[in-house]
Design a protein around this ligand. Sequence first.
Ligand SMILES: [Zn+2]
Ligand SMILES: [Zn+2]
Length: 147
Amino acid sequence: MFEPRMCDTCCIPLDPFMLFISREVEYRHPAWVGVEWDHVPVPVPPDPGRLRGVCDFCSSDHPVTAFETEKMIVMFDGLSIHEFSEPWSACRRCAVHIRRRSPHLLIERALQVIPGTLNQPDRWARRTRIKALFMNFFKAKPEEVGL
Ligand SMILES: [Zn+2]
Ligand SMILES: [Zn+2]
């Protein structure tokens, strides 16, 4: 529904959010990369030569494959609709859990790998978010399409 965009500064694919009130589309860095972004995203059309691949599940570099879901995954977070861009890149380790349809192993993997020192309530919040997202992902019937 929304045009794909990458960040001109860091070359990471951005996620579109539509704000309910203004119906404006805003592009943001992916939330679960676990880094504090030191710059605001600069949305530009994706340039395949510069686009930096990251695993959409655990945020590590070097995705080896990609999955497409039958339905686009949309989540609501208070004031905006968040559409996750397709396809979903996956690193070698995450791809194993996706092929085996093991959401719980995938959640554990992501929580172990995503960097960041979080206190207990933040960890809990992250787990809840990741779990909701990954469950939606599996419900949307991912199919491996490769890179
Ligand atoms: Zn950026
Ligand atoms: Zn991964």
